[in-house]
Design a protein around this ligand. Structure first.
Ligand code: APR
Length: 246
């Protein structure tokens, strides 16, 4: 594999599927069981905050029982072993990338283990249940706390940093995402415009599969570690020890 100097990785729900976290749009995905308009829109929260709190409280509690898998761990190895610029952008609200050791990480759709006060806009790490009686630790307002997740119709976080990284990258890799949700689904085109080599690693072709230069289809825990191994091997420019003289 050729040598790269700047990598952007995008991950979606598929990378956490084998850790036991449901994806959204697969046959038995979350949105086949729950109407996203009721639990993942500001309007749904205004209509029935209790229902929304219950939905994310269940997901937050569920995180206590799951562990990062070989795909998460491989990306942490890549970050540690790659000496160019590196950014891991995740659409996931779970904490499995952090648990695997990733640090150059950006949650563009927020985090379930965080809460936001709609009154003073302060954000807090939050691992307990949220209710309509939860109080902001700063302004002390009650009933205005919500999970710090980006809902449909809201702007994703830190888009400036993401745009800058995509404009400067020479390798873009998309892992475990169906390519249904923008702006994430448009990152491959941004990266291509910047001249980057683009790779899709997914269980099946995504909506934007034809935009990628290269694709490997299979389970993340199988295809991601292999891809990372190849990539890191390609970055190593120490001359092969052809003569075996050590
Ligand atoms: N390994 C690799 N890929 C997998 C695996 C697996 N074990 N299991 C499923 N996938 C793939 C599916 O084929 C699908 O293409 O992961 C993708 C999951 O797609 P979605 O469920 O649509 O999830 P995602 O793309 O992350 O959703 C984007 O939509 O619902 C909103 O805000 C939410 O961040 C989410 C966004």
């Amino acid at each position: 594999m050729r040598k790269f100097s700047s990598i952007v990785i995008l991950t979606g729900a598929g990378i956490s599927a084998e850790s036991g976290i449901d994806t959204f749009r697969d046959s038995n995905g979350i949105w086949s069981k729950v109407d996203y308009r009721e639990v993942a829109t500001p309007e749904g929260f205004a209509r029935n905050p209790g229902k929304v709190h219950a939905f994310y409280n269940k997901r937050r509690r569920g995180l206590r029982a799951v562990r990062p898998n070989a795909a998460h761990e491989a990306l942490a190895r890549l970050e540690a072993g790659f000496d160019g610029s590196f950014l891991l952008v995740t659409q996931n609200i779970d904490n499995l990338h952090e648990a695997a050791g990733s640090r150059k990480l950006l949650h563009m759709h927020g985090e379930v283990n965080a809460a936001l006060c709609q009154c003073c806009s302060m954000r807090w790490p939050w691992t307990e249940d949220l209710t309509i009686n939860s109080q902001c630790r700063w302004c002390k307002t009650t009933g205005q706390m919500r999970v710090d997740v980006v809902w449909f119709g809201e702007m994703p976080y830190r888009m400036d940093e993401i745009d800058a990284a995509l404009t400067n990258c020479d390798l873009f890799v998309s892992i475990g995402t169906s390519g249904n949700v923008y702006p994430a689904a448009g990152f491959v085109e941004q990266a291509k415009l910047a001249g980057a080599h683009t790779v899709e690693l997914n269980l099946e072709p995504s909506e934007g599969y034809s935009l990628f230069d290269e694709a490997v289809y299979g389970r993340a825990t199988e295809v991601v570690p292999l891809f990372v191994e190849r990539l890191l091997a390609g970055q190593d420019d120490t001359p092969a020890d052809k003569c075996g003289t050590g």
